[in-house]
Write a protein that binds this ligand. Structure first.
Ligand SMILES: [Zn+2]
Length: 264
């Protein structure tokens, strides 16, 4: 753990393999969430971001792809969809109390953790200097979407590149310095070891932010719903999911992560 212990979370319980399970980081001063697509952050950590923003945290979003495959409408102009999804993402980030969204604009479905993209992620981390970074778990098993795995790799590899000065030294000009975050929270974790408690108000903001992605309501939010009122079912499913995660942490509502600190 670093000297300041700013990110020291309290121990919740000991896991089945003797591992330390923790709950609730102190709200960081700044956070950066790195995702593959518009709406990924809202699904997996929206309520946590809302909680931190209310506590004074500056929350930035980095969206790696342009979301251009996020429709079932084969007549859709994809360049229009990209702009619609950017506007939706900005609205969603604002609902969660975020201050800015950076769009990298890679083609949806074709994300790679190549050297060029890793350098771009590193440059953004070095510029924004977030205390905590959140991202997809690159080690998550049985995941289908290739962008989520690639985004997870870009997150961890971007962190390594951002902290060490001989990675992309050309970036270290005009006051830009290497940066090492205090904590990394991987959402949709393969092996959860950390919970963030969230309130009903935080969860409501997450749901509002998800519904701001209007172009995704058919294809992502409600796509398996056969309910008479699919929107109501969506809200109930969100609540039930967070109640289930809360049970794991012995609190009413929670979000689940794999927390990394000492490896950073
Ligand atoms: Zn996604």
């Amino acid at each position: 753990m670093n000297d300041s212990n700013r990110v020291d979370a309290q121990q919740l319980f000991t896991g089945p393999a003797g591992e330390r399970i923790t709950i609730d980081l102190p709200p960081p001063k700044s956070a950066l969430v790195i995702v593959a697509h518009p709406d990924d952050a809202e699904f997996h950590c929206g309520a946590t971001l809302a909680k931190w923003a209310r506590a004074g945290c500056t929350v930035h979003h980095l969206v790696l792809t342009d979301g251009s495959k996020g429709t079932w409408d084969r007549g859709m102009d994809q360049s229009v969809l990209v702009e619609v999804r950017k506007a939706e993402q900005r609205t969603a980030a604002t609902i969660l109390g975020g201050t800015g969204v950076v769009f990298l604009g890679k083609i949806d479905g074709e994300l790679n953790s190549d050297r060029e993209t890793r350098a771009q992620v590193s440059a953004i981390i070095r510029r924004l200097k977030p205390e905590v970074i959140l991202g997809h778990d690159p080690w998550k098993r049985y995941r289908l979407h290739p962008d989520h795995a690639a985004a997870g790799r870009l997150c961890i590899e971007g962190i390594v590149a951002a902290r060490d000065p001989f990675f992309h030294p050309e970036q270290l000009v005009d006051g830009i310095t290497p940066h090492r975050p205090e904590a990394l929270l991987l959402f949709e974790p393969d092996q959860p070891n950390h919970a963030e408690t969230v309130s009903e108000q935080d969860l409501q903001l997450q749901i509002d932010a998800l519904l701001a992605h209007e172009s995704q309501i058919e294809t992502t939010h409600l796509y398996k719903s056969a309910a008479a009122d699919p929107l109501q079912q969506f809200r109930r499913a969100q609540l039930e999911r967070h109640e289930r995660l809360g049970q794991w942490a012995s609190v009413p509502l929670a979000q689940q992560f794999h927390l990394l600190t000492e490896q950073l």
